[in-house]
Design a protein around this ligand. Structure first.
Ligand code: NAP
Ligand code: MG
Length: 485
């Protein structure tokens, strides 16, 4: 084992290896996608989307007002009544397969665009976001012609028009999670991307045109939260929301008594539990994946590390050395591990909560990495001496910030892991299968990973309990959310 202090072990030097921004084929302006065509907002309103790594504007995008949302929902309703509800399963499969193939064909463009608009490293957008988005369309293409045999009765029916609202952390991937099962089940859609990351979804809309998906089957209304609120207020048959618990509660209240179906994928405060028999080097990689993947802008992030006291010192020693080696910087550089924080507002939120961490008495360790001068950046940070009452142990930071707590017994680990209002995901690290199962059975979370973290597969259902929401996306369960069963 290397006993040098963490700060003297330097990262391997890499030459810059930037992907070309030109690959994204950015346009000056982008419209709403309504009834199969790109259109301006009725009142001509637009907003700017930025590159968070440089603070430079990327493009102007149409801001949907109430009239535009009404028009989009009407287009979706017409498409549902006249075309989509009459399609057969095999016809819908064909469209979904086409969309999946076109995402693959345009994968480099989509990956660069996603990294520009969101700030995430190209390594992640290229190897995870885009391939997983394609995988979701492939997966649900396989279901569209088998709905009668999916265990939902002999003739399951679609719900009608789905209003879908997504956040900025995985823009294209969240769009795929929403659209693929909805279309497979025979619904039409109106999708509202987040204000800071509309671009990849608009290129997806182009792909839908290329795939010759009938007009109005999918509509995209870009804009801020007011466009989302207008969509919730419109006469849709189903609302699917991914975002903060706060907004999820607002939506639930708005829909009360209306009979509109609702699924909510909300925040989390995932516990990553490390037992003393787990292989430490793998554990360290798992901790890093759990919290520094996508700058920690991950609802299911392993943001609370629970480590067994007997190995805590060694795990933390190796973790700090690994954190020092994370390369933070240009999202388009293929060697970058941690990219830019998505927005000034999110950076402010991370700073506020981490300041509270120190104020409440936790010990802060910050990676000594150099940060670029322009753009929104936050160095990977680990807090030790964290108490369960601290804000950084209770609230979702949604940034590259880990809170470390310790435990002695499996019972204590379970009690601490469950001591949260959320219930999205947890991780368990142990060589003993019996112990992993014992713990997993007692964790109140929608997903439990064993000896891995942040692993996603379209065949596997994902979703939360308690304040992390309800409903599942992915797998056969994901179909149920769009069928009248
Ligand atoms: P957010 O503020 O709740 O925004 C999510 C989406 O809702 C955005 O498109 C937003 O538009 C829109 N919106 C805002 N106010 C609205 C309203 N009153 N009515 C309808 N829609 C409204 O969340 P965020 O800060 O962007 O995203 C981070 C949160 O999402 C985190 O808490 C994270 O845990 C959660 N998340 C959960 C999952 C999951 O699967 N469980 C996945 C990813 C993220 P604007 O962006 O334009 O304001
Ligand atoms: Mg942006």
């Amino acid at each position: 084992m290397d006993d040098r202090p963490a700060s003297t072990v330097s990262a391997l030097e890499y030459d810059p290896a930037p992907e070309s921004a030109a690959v994204a084929r950015l346009r000056e302006s982008y419209g709403l996608f309504v009834g199969g065509a790109f259109v301006e907002a009725a009142d001509g309103a637009t907003f700017e989307t930025l590159n968070p790594a440089t603070e430079e504007p990327l493009a102007r995008v149409a801001q949907a007002g109430e009239a535009d949302v009404v028009a989009a929902v009407a287009a979706a309703r017409r498409a549902y009544d006249k075309v989509w509800r009459k399609t057969t399963g095999p016809q819908r499969s064909k469209y979904l397969f086409r969309i999946a193939r076109l995402i693959q064909e345009r994968s480099r463009e989509l990956a660069v665009l996603e990294s520009l608009d969101n700030g995430k490293p190209i390594r992640e957008s290229r190897d995870l976001d885009v391939p997983l988005a394609a995988a979701h369309f492939f997966y649900y293409a396989g279901w569209a012609d088998k709905l009668d045999h999916a265990g939902f009765g002999p003739d399951p029916r679609p719900l009608g028009v789905a209003g879908q609202i997504i956040p900025w952390n995985f823009p294209l991937l969240m769009a795929a999670w929403k659209l693929a099962p909805a279309l497979a089940a025979g619904n039409t859609c109106v999708l509202k991307p987040a204000e800071t990351t509309p671009l990849s979804v608009l290129v997806l809309a182009e792909i839908l045109q290329q795939a010759e998906l009938p007009d109005g089957v999918v509509n995209v209304v870009t804009g801020d939260g007011s466009a989302g609120a207008a969509l919730v207020a419109s006469p849709v048959d189903k609302v699917a929301f991914t975002g903060s618990t706060e907004v999820g509660k607002v939506i639930q209240r708005r829909l009360a008594g209306r009979g509109t179906r609702l699924t909510l994928e909300l925040g989390g405060k995932g516990a990553n539990i490390v037992f003393d028999d787990a292989p430490i080097d793998e554990v360290v990689e798992g901790i890093v994946d759990g919290i520094f993947f996508n700058q920690g802008h991950v609802c299911c992030a392993g943001s609370r590390l629970l480590v067994q006291e007997s190995v805590a010192e060694e795990v933390l020693h190796r973790l700090r050395r690994r954190v020092d080696q994370l390369r933070v910087g240009d999202p388009l550089d293929k060697n970058t591990d941690v990219g830019a924080i998505n927005s000034a507002a999110q950076l402010e939120k991370i700073r506020e909560l981490t300041d509270w961490g120190e104020r409440e008495g936790a010990t802060r360790y910050t990676s000594p990495c150099a940060l670029p001068e322009r753009g929104y950046w936050f160095a990977p940070t680990v807090f030790t001496e964290v108490a369960q009452t601290h804000r950084i142990a209770r609230e979702e930071v949604f940034g590259p910030v880990l809170s470390v707590l310790t435990f002695r017994t499996p019972e204590e680990a379970v009690a601490k892991a469950n001591n949260t209002t959320y219930g999205l995901a947890c991780g368990v690290w142990s060589e003993k299968g019996s112990r992993t199962l014992w713990v997993a059975e007692r964790l109140r979370a929608g997903v439990v990973w064993a000896n891995t973290y942040n692993r996603f597969d379209p065949a596997s259902p994902f979703g939360g309990v308690r304040e992390s929401g309800f409903g599942r996306e992915g797998g056969r369960h994901g179909l149920e959310a769009y069928l009248d069963v």
